[in-house]
Design a binder for this molecule. Structure first.
Ligand code: G
Ligand code: G
Ligand code: MN
Ligand code: NA
Length: 250
């Protein structure tokens, strides 16, 4: 079972597609956007999630090709389906080693006539540490065209608080490991970490999105902690795009 050659074949047959998960206002539940999540429709194994193949994709470098197929699908979906607010795509740190990443993404939007302000990118702290000057250049170029950046899985990595202000970051996504600590017997470490992230974000005028919100109790705790936005099974699971259904004519 050679996952790498499997992945190559899947690239040739374009076997990848986006699922979308709502991002909502915590209080009202109103959708402000959605995250595009990569899925692989495997001939034998069914629908695969990134956990099944992301390591192989990263190690082989094939994830770059997978991502470009994915982004093309996302942008096509944005032109075709009603998608309230923004769509956030996940960007591997690898892309920032290529100088033309930002212009290539902007070209894709332009060709599909999708407004750049409807797209956001999600990056991890690794991208900020990897090659800071080039990453900063790419993020600034995208930002100047209206593409905002969200920092994913925040709190789990290096948490480079000291130089967060050097990058144009619009939102921090609090990792779901902290959110799950708000259930049942509330874990005080989770509260402390979320409190610190919210204070940091407020001082830098960055918005906060809590990830992996599954219960009403977590939602209430997050509200008490000053968190404005959320994503998680409580509000909706990742799913294919919903086609527009015109109202019946009378
Ligand atoms: O879809 P799932 O819920 O299993 O996502 C797991 C992780 O996979 C996400 O946190 C994200 O970091 C990564 N991921 C999801 N979609 C993409 C994508 O289109 N490209 C890349 N490079 N990573 C993705
Ligand atoms: O980009 P990122 O790695 O953060 O992707 C989010 C991941 O979290 C996806 O794999 C998605 O399927 C998953 N996810 C989204 N909402 C929930 C949730 O409420 N609970 C759990 N356990 N996972 C979630
Ligand atoms: Mn993400
Ligand atoms: Na995340």
């Amino acid at each position: 079972l050679d996952m790498e050659s499997d992945l190559r074949r899947a690239i040739n047959s374009e076997a990848f597609e986006p699922f979308y998960q709502p991002i909502v206002q915590l209080v009202s539940g109103e959708r402000v956007g959605q995250e595009a999540l990569l899925r692989w429709r495997h001939e034998q194994r069914g629908l695969l999630t990134p956990g099944d193949f992301l390591d192989v994709g990263e190690d082989s470098g094939l994830i770059e090709q997978v991502d470009w197929l994915m982004y093309a699908r996302v942008v096509a979906d944005m032109a075709r389906y009603p998608m309230p607010g923004y769509v956030a795509i996940n960007v591997s740190p690898r892309h920032f080693r290529v100088p033309d990443f930002a212009s290539r993404l902007l070209d894709l939007l332009d060709a599909a006539q999708v407004a750049p302000s409807r797209l956001r990118i999600e990056i991890t702290e690794v991208a900020l540490l990897d090659d800071a000057p080039r990453t900063s250049e790419s993020l600034n170029m995208l930002r100047s065209h209206g593409v905002l950046a969200q920092l994913d899985d925040f709190g789990t990595g290096f948490s480079a608080l000291s130089y967060l202000h050097r990058f144009p970051i619009a939102s921090l996504k609090i990792d779901r490991s902290f959110v799950s600590g708000l259930d049942g017997d509330v874990r005080t470490e989770s509260v402390a970490v979320i409190r610190a992230i919210v204070a940091l974000a407020n001082s830098l005028s960055i918005e906060i999105i809590a990830e992996g919100v599954e219960t009403q109790r977590q939602r209430e705790r997050l509200h008490d902690l000053g968190c404005m936005y959320a994503q998680g099974y409580l509000f909706g699971r990742p799913a294919p795009p919903v086609p527009y259904v015109p109202p019946p004519s009378s």
